[in-house]
Design a protein around this ligand. Structure first.
Ligand code: KG4
Ligand code: ZN
Length: 339
């Protein structure tokens, strides 16, 4: 199958409206991201109705800007890829209906992609040299925390996932406890630099059923009680809590990745999702998991973006062809197993 000359990728699962245009060889011709962080900041989290409305306002200007950046016209697009879940239903439909309208109007194929899988694809796209499969995949984002065995890109089996909160969600909730702005991850990382990670003994939860499952809800509650009971006059209190929580949460990711490597024999690890934005996570992997070859997404691809959607869409289209025009629906949850 010939490769589409230009691929448009659309992302609107949560609080970023993003569009990217890739060339036939996967080269990024333009990437536009409109973040709603300021809108949701005062609520300490994403408000779905407000998010949907903002997506509707900005989606066409974002696509127009992406076309301008790539110096092409809309009718030159040959494939549209859109994230159809998991995510918030209203925001998802804004992206999906826009993508469908473009595909229908131009009579070109449309491919729906899994946003969580796209986070893994972001680090695959960022690889400097090829890796061998099977490999491990870890996605740590605001909505998801999963470890998968990647047989090849597009074919996975689930090794572990969170049984309650996602890792990024725990960062956001702990930030709220400490009265820090949303999103909490970068704020906690900044504050933690001034704190002592050994001051509080916080432990992530365990699952009896599967040692590769995650649980962050108890950790968040331990932080809440730790903060409530602590001496508020201590000027280092918040920094110490941030550092201790961050160490516990991130080490849990590193330790489970190491265990998954022991269980499967895989040494190559693709990481993705907003929490991979953390320099501390990258440092801990280097320090504590020297046996693993860790591959992180490039800086712009760790947070939500249209490039990973376009990249995965083009990859899947090469493998299976077809068009999802009449079957594509918004899915708030999609299990991450494809084998
Ligand atoms: O992947 P993403 O942009 O959206 C989802 O698909 O959920 O991830 C956003 C999440 C937020 O929870 C945010 O707090 C977290 O990524 N995050 C971080 C850092 N930067 C962003 N968590 C920890 N440390 C960071 N530096
Ligand atoms: Zn995401």
């Amino acid at each position: 199958m010939s490769k589409p000359k230009y691929v448009l990728g659309i992302e609107s699962t949560c609080d970023e409206t993003a569009a990217s245009i890739l060339g036939a060889e996967g080269e990024v011709l333009s990437e536009v991201i409109s973040s709603q962080v300021d809108l949701h900041n005062i609520y300490g989290g994403v408000v779905p109705e407000i998010a949907s409305r903002r997506h509707m306002e900005v989606i066409l200007p974002v696509i127009q800007e992406a076309l301008k950046g790539a110096q092409i016209s809309l009718k030159e697009i040959e494939l549209v890829a859109v994230a159809n879940g998991p995510g918030l239903v209203g925001p998802l439909y804004v992206g999906i209906q826009t993508a469908k309208a473009i595909a229908f109007g131009l009579n070109i194929p449309i491919i729906g992609v899994n946003h969580v899988e796209a986070h893994l694809f972001a680090s695959y796209m960022s690889l400097e040299k090829p890796i061998s499969f099977p490999a491990l995949g870890v996605v740590v984002s605001g909505g998801h925390t999963v470890i998968v065995l990647i047989k090849e890109m597009g074919t996975y089996s689930l090794l572990g996932q969170t049984i309650d909160d996602a890792c990024g969600e725990a960062f956001d909730k702990v930030a709220k406890i400490l009265a820090l702005p949303y999103p909490g991850g970068p704020e906690i990382e900044r504050l933690a630099k001034e704190g002592d990670p050994e001051k509080f003994l916080f432990k992530p939860g365990r699952s009896k059923e599967n040692p590769l499952h995650f649980s962050f809800s108890g950790l968040k509650t331990a932080v809440l009680y730790g903060f409530q009971r602590a001496d508020k006059s201590d000027p280092h209190l918040k920094a110490n809590i941030a550092a201790s929580f961050q160490r516990a949460a991130l080490l849990d990711i590193v330790n489970k990745a190491k265990l998954a490597s022991l269980q499967t024999g895989c040494k190559d690890l693709l990481l993705g999702g907003g929490v991979t934005n953390s320099q501390e996570l990258r440092r801990l992997f280097k320090e504590k998991a020297k046996e693993l070859h860790c591959h992180f997404p490039s800086k712009t691809l760790s947070l939500d973006n249209g490039t990973m959607i376009a990249g995965l869409g083009a990859y899947l289209y090469q493998r299976r062809g077809g068009s999802d025009l009449f079957s594509l629906e918004a899915k708030t949850r999609i299990p991450f197993t494809k084998s």
